[in-house]
Design a protein around this ligand. Structure first.
Ligand code: ATP
Ligand code: MG
Length: 376
């Protein structure tokens, strides 16, 4: 939908902010521009809605040069969200969100109804509608910014470091919300950040830019982590690249064992029949994990909850990744991870060793796919 073709931006003082950048931005997906401060991310984003004009090259929207349509029409098709939300301080939350529909000539009533709908969509309590921006937390203001950008239902959203001014917990919430909104509405989103973890979490594709506005790599996040194009990208990705890559491997195929799971009321014969397992996972009567124990330390009818070993953090097979499963295993002194269902009931256990084998198998599959793709 959006194609950036050999675009260069040289500011009047001679600064080259963007240097012959070409990017094909996929429809209905999140494309992230990431890179160090001053590498031309904001400039690139603003060229897409013509707040900045390129010096050379062109940008196409649905195959048409964006210079061929009136700038107002163009901007109406693109919501714009910035850091600190950029809200109108003298307008209520509802009227902030209704800004663009009002500009488009909607009646006050219709625009406000739409604004109230959007408050719910972005996870804001409609009780906040009559407040002013200063009466909201940073995270809430950021949600208003997203709702305002979505108000006229534009196909494209441009977002410039929208979540960087809030604390990590709120930020995670906003990121999850954005992924959910994207799932529901299928917008084409161009998202700028200098946080590589945010880029990897949100991006369908990630463009890593280096200082001077040159493209270093444009790839899906899993590919960035497995095959950084050069040492700049590798350094920018930072530590734990291998571990972080495990987030893209599903845990669904892990072979789970159920034999080592016993309920707290297990009888002597049940315990005896499992005595060969290195550890047993004890659950409560609903099947929720309580902790691990060596079999010979358990006495039927007298299990002491306080003496059980920590079971780490359980994972949900199919939903969580191999990274979460491995994390669960290394958190427990037993080296075993606990799999649970959506209600938190234990459905199986798996050892670090089996997770390790699954990781090697997943690497093997990725390498095979890369070979097929490269025609080897
Ligand atoms: N109006 C301007 N005039 C001259 N130079 C500019 C102008 N706007 C930006 N620049 C320069 O262009 C380069 C790219 O700026 P830009 O704002 O696009 O970077 P950025 O990647 O968004 O950085 P940050 O992560 O700090 O927001 C920088 O060197 C900046 O100083
Ligand atoms: Mg910027």
């Amino acid at each position: 939908m959006i194609r950036i073709e050999a675009v260069t931006k040289r500011y009047p003082d001679g600064t080259v902010a963007v240097d012959r950048l070409s990017l094909e931005i996929p429809d209905r997906a999140i494309t992230v521009l990431v890179g160090p401060s001053g590498c031309g991310k904001t400039t690139t984003l603003r060229m897409i809605n013509r707040m900045v004009e390129p010096t050379e090259g062109s940008i196409l929207l649905d195959g048409r040069d964006i210079r061929q349509q009136p700038v107002n029409t163009l901007r109406r098709s693109m919501g714009y969200v910035i850091q600190n939300a950029g809200l109108f301080q003298h307008r209520t939350i509802l009227d902030n969100i209704a800004t663009v529909p009002r500009l488009l000539g909607w009646t006050k009533q219709k625009a406000r109804t739409r604004a109230a709908e959007l408050m719910e969509r972005v996870g804001l309590d409609t009780a906040l509608a009559k407040r002013y921006p200063y009466q909201l937390s940073g995270g809430q203001q950021q949600r208003v910014g997203v709702a305002r950008a979505l108000a006229a239902d534009p196909p494209v959203l441009l977002m410039d470091e929208p979540f960087s001014a809030v604390d990590p917990v709120v930020r995670k919430g906003l990121q999850d919300e954005l992924l959910r909104i994207q799932d529901e509405l299928g917008k084409t989103i161009v998202f700028v950040t200098h946080d590589i973890d945010e880029a990897i979490k949100l991006g369908t594709k990630v463009a890593v830019l280096r200082t001077g506005g040159r493209l270093a790599q444009f790839a899906p996040p899993a590919e960035l982590l497995s095959a950084p194009a050069d040492s700049f990208v590798e350094d920018f990705l930072g530590a734990d690249r291998g571990i972080r890559r495990l987030s893209f491997f599903p845990s669904a195929e892990l072979e789970l064992q159920t034999a080592p799971i016993v309920a707290i009321d297990a009888g002597a014969d049940q315990l005896a029949s499992r005595a060969t397992a290195p550890y047993l996972l004890v659950t409560d009567l609903d099947g929720r994990p309580l902790g691990w124990s060596e079999p010979d330390r358990l006495t039927a009818g007298a299990v002491d909850r306080d003496r059980l070993l920590d079971f780490g953090r359980p994972f949900v097979p199919g939903t969580d990744s191999l990274r979460t499963a491995l994390d669960g295993a290394v958190l427990s002194p037993t080296g075993w991870a606990v799999a649970v269902d959506g209600e938190g009931r234990a459905v199986g256990v798996v050892s670090q060793q089996v997770i390790g084998e699954a990781i090697r198998a997943a690497h093997g599959r990725v390498a095979e796919q890369a070979d097929v793709k490269a025609g080897r």
